[in-house]
Design a protein around this ligand. Structure first.
Ligand SMILES: Nc1ncnc2c1ncn2[C@@H]1O[C@H](COP(=O)(O)OP(=O)(O)O)[C@@H](O)[C@H]1O
Ligand SMILES: [Mg+2]
Length: 185
């Protein structure tokens, strides 16, 4: 599937969801804005496109395991509402609004965003874990920073927020290069 083909409807365990638009595409899947009975959701379809910097096993199982880990640690993440294992689809609570990436793009990041991500980073390091600190994975609601991707990995300095992620939480040359490559600048 390419990002251009927007499915009209996706089923999760037999229930139909109308697909409104693509929210985002990452190395793990396509996440669609979907609607059913007047309520909106984030519906993630796992994809199997190759990725040159990353090795995958069973992606759906990994998402579920990571979701469990992060909810046990009380990391603010969107609720997992349903899982269709055969179709490899996750139905997630929708966090409305912009990602941190979009806030950085329009110079709207505020000090509390950085305070919360640093405190999350410290708490997870103490548990031996890293999130994927790239700012497309973070959104805010009611003064709380949410990690909307469930992926987490064993801690490595090289991929920590302080050594790697923070480079994309402001308009650095690395950030601008990424944004240009993705047509956002
Ligand atoms: N619960 C959610 N609410 C709103 N937007 C979301 C949600 N989950 C994901 N998104 C959007 O979809 C994008 C991709 O989702 P993500 O779970 O990070 O997929 P991937 O594993 O492919 O990186 C995110 O960058 C974000 O823009
Ligand atoms: Mg992501």
């Amino acid at each position: 599937m390419s990002a251009m083909d927007v499915p009209a409807v996706l089923r999760v365990n037999g229930k139909e969801y109308a697909v409104l638009r693509l929210l985002g595409k990452g190395k793990g899947g396509y996440t669609w804005l979907a609607e059913r009975d007047g309520a909106r959701y984030a519906l993630k379809q796992i994809h199997h496109e190759p990725c040159d910097y990353y090795q995958f096993g069973d992606k759906l199982a990994a998402e579920l395991r990571d979701h469990q880990r992060l909810s046990a640690l009380r990391v603010p993440i969107p609720a997992l509402l349903d899982v269709d294992r055969a179709a490899e689809r996750l139905l997630k609570e929708l966090i409305p609004g912009e990602t941190i990436y979009q806030l950085v793009l329009r110079d709207a990041l505020e000090p509390w965003h950085l305070e919360q991500v640093r405190s999350l980073s410290g708490a997870l390091r103490a548990q031996g874990l890293n999130l994927d600190w790239f700012p497309t994975n973070f959104m805010c609601r009611d003064g709380t920073l949410y990690y909307v991707d469930y992926e987490c990995n064993g801690y490595m300095d090289q991929w920590s927020f302080e050594e790697w992620g923070v480079r994309y939480w402001s308009r650095t040359p690395d950030f601008d290069a990424y944004a240009k490559e993705h047509g956002d600048l």
